[in-house]
Design a protein around this ligand. Structure first.
Ligand SMILES: [Zn+2]
Length: 431
């Protein structure tokens, strides 16, 4: 039986309001209050944060169908290196993850690798075509999965979205919506504003996001279904979520590290590497995202890790693929917000672990005795330059290349097994 002692770390566990220097014991895959055996492994965590394993509810693992961009193996390796113990994979694969066979294949393959845990979300509609809602009850019954999303596209039809929300109610299922009316956005490459005008490119207005969020909230009111707004990016949509929450509606939201850091000016500098859906927006939207994350209106930080090949990102803004990688740089990007006093350490860990567990019904998000030992160690002071060539992900598409960062995940433990260890967490302590 593996027994681990994580010694002298700063244990930050918002699930029970803890923030103190303490030891943490792991026996038989679980966190224990008092050890019954002497540890076989000791990790000296002095100067490190010891937090509940990070959970990313929005990643693209690309398998099946686009293994040249990423595989379950490389994607989960990237997740482990980023400090993530569980990820939710998006269903825009080929074939589409809209049926139990694909869901089970992905989750069984991930489980056989023994690394970061993977929950494969299911499409809301058959083939993500937005026309016919999948048999949500049968999918939950056969696979246990109750997170549904057509990510990559929003569900345009009011009637189809209402049907999905109604079916979600008795299943306690969650509908995670990529909020974008394509009829408004025209899938344009960037935000409609000064930058798109200067670059003489078509832009997508805020309305494509805001109007779908507002429509969905109205449907939540009517049906009682659970809505999670994926990668929220605009002040208007955030205001709509804030009002819904004040009314007590079951609406939650996530934001990406890139929407917390980058404005649409980045498109002028980084070109297609900054092409992402929803698009990067002007500063007041970034500030609204930061404020809403700090005050809890936005519950969750999710990366929307979207690996692409160099060829996918070459060529014109119009032709390049949407998306950027995020798993391996999320912790440093969010630590930067802690250093700037935008977030407290506790709020950061809540948004990256406790809230995702709570909202998506994922085991974890706590260091309480008896919980599975899913744990992340973070070195908040480790300086390094972001170099995509060091990524475990196949994707190196990020506008953050060359950024100087301070702090990162240095150890990832899943079910009591150390799946990633580097830096100060890899040094053998003296006895
Ligand atoms: Zn999306």
């Amino acid at each position: 039986m593996t027994t681990i002692l994580i010694r002298n770390g700063r244990v930050i566990d918002p699930s029970c309001g803890k923030d103190a220097i303490a030891d943490l014991f792991i026996e038989d895959g679980q966190i224990v209050g008092t050890p019954s055996l002497s540890p076989s492994t000791i990790i000296d965590a002095a100067g490190l944060w010891v937090v509940p394993g990070l959970i990313d509810v929005h990643v693209h693992l690309r398998e099946p169908g686009a293994e040249h961009k990423e595989t379950i193996e490389t994607g989960t390796a990237a997740a482990a290196a980023g400090g993530f113990t569980t990820v939710i994979a998006m269903p825009n694969t080929t074939p589409c993850a809209d049926n139990p066979d694909v869901l089970k294949m992905v989750m069984e393959k991930a489980a056989s690798l023994g690394g970061t845990r993977v929950i494969q979300s299911c499409a809301i509609t058959v083939g993500r075509r937005g026309e016919q809602v999948v048999d949500m009850a049968a999918i939950k019954k056969e696979t246990g999965v109750f997170v549904f999303t057509d990510d990559g596209d929003g569900v345009e039809s009011d009637a189809v979205m209402e049907d999905a929300l109604c079916r979600a109610v008795p299943l306690c299922a969650i509908l995670s919506q990529h909020s974008e009316f394509a009829r408004i956005s025209k899938k344009a490459a960037l935000h409609e504003g000064e930058v798109s005008a200067v670059l003489k490119l078509a832009g997508q207005p805020v309305a494509s996001e805001y109007e779908m969020v507002a429509r969905d909230i109205a449907l939540v009111k009517k049906t009682g279904g659970r809505l999670h707004v994926s990668h929220i990016s605009s002040a208007e949509a955030i205001d709509a979520v804030r009002r819904a929450r004040e009314e007590g509606l079951p609406v939650t939201a996530e934001v990406t590290p890139h929407h917390l850091h980058l404005t649409d000016d980045t498109v002028g500098e980084a070109g297609t590497m900054a092409k992402v859906a929803p698009p990067l927006r002007p500063l007041h939207h970034v500030e609204a995202c930061r404020a809403a994350l700090a005050d809890g209106t936005i519950d969750v930080i999710a990366t929307d890790h979207a690996p692409h090949t160099i060829a996918d990102k070459a060529g014109s803004m119009e032709k390049a693929s949407f998306g950027m990688v995020g798993l391996e740089i999320a912790v440093p990007m969010i630590l930067a917000l802690v250093k700037d006093n935008v977030l407290t350490p506790s709020r950061m860990i809540d948004a990256m672990s406790c809230a995702p567990a709570r909202i998506f019904g994922i085991p974890g998000g706590t260091l309480a005795p008896g919980a599975a030992a899913d744990i992340t160690l973070i070195d908040p002071d480790d300086p390094f330059d972001i170099d995509p060539r060091t990524f475990r992900s196949k994707g190196i598409n990020t506008p953050f290349a060359g950024y100087h960062a301070t702090g990162r995940a240095v150890c990832t433990i899943v079910g009591g097994r150390i799946i990633y260890r580097t830096g100060r967490a890899a040094q053998t302590p003296g006895s």
